[in-house]
Design a protein around this ligand. Structure first.
Ligand code: CMP
Length: 145
């Protein structure tokens, strides 16, 4: 299986709960290595741009206001099958439907405050990573060592 990259965002509720360490630890213990990490308070423009695909959905305004309500942690995760592996760890978008033991089942309180975002395809992952990180900010592990 190929080494892949995906974008993960720890949303404002994750920071408010003091849960970022626990969440990153789940990624690390499941083969997902952070290759870039930044704590950032997104502007409205940055959040709207990131979620532009959802701009006509009824939840767009609430989603953007939640995402700018506090700082987030932006991360590029790398590992085998990283996009799907991250989605499996996160669980369903709606925490009420998320399987037991997933991040959203354990930490999230609502569909907007759902603790984590993860890219939903390898193609989107490339665009989402590039939205927040320059190529020079991504650490290149040497897997031959
Ligand atoms: P995320 O993975 O960040 O991608 C889009 C976000 O929109 C999603 O998580 C949810 O937090 C939020 N959202 C709110 N309502 C819905 C909905 N009905 N369907 C999908 N996403 C929703």
């Amino acid at each position: 299986m190929a080494i892949e990259r995906t974008l993960s965002i720890l949303k404002p509720d994750a920071l408010e709960k003091g849960a970022i360490g626990k969440i990153i630890s789940r990624f690390e213990s499941n083969g997902l290595k952070p290759v870039a990490i930044r704590l950032q308070h997104l502007s409205q423009r940055e959040a709207e741009g990131f979620y532009a695909v959802h701009k006509d959905r009824p939840f767009f305004k609430d989603l953007v206001s939640f995402m700018i309500s506090g700082p987030v942690v932006l991360m590029c995760l790398e590992g085998e099958n990283a996009m799907q592996a991250n989605r499996d760890l996160m669980g369903a978008t709606d925490p009420k439907k998320a399987a037991a033991g997933t991040i959203r089942a354990d930490f999230a309180r609502s569909i907007d405050a759902n603790t984590v975002h993860g890219s939903d395809s390898v193609e989107n992952a490339k665009n989402e990573i590039a939205y927040f990180f320059r190529a020079t900010e991504l650490f290149a592990y040497d897997y031959k060592k």
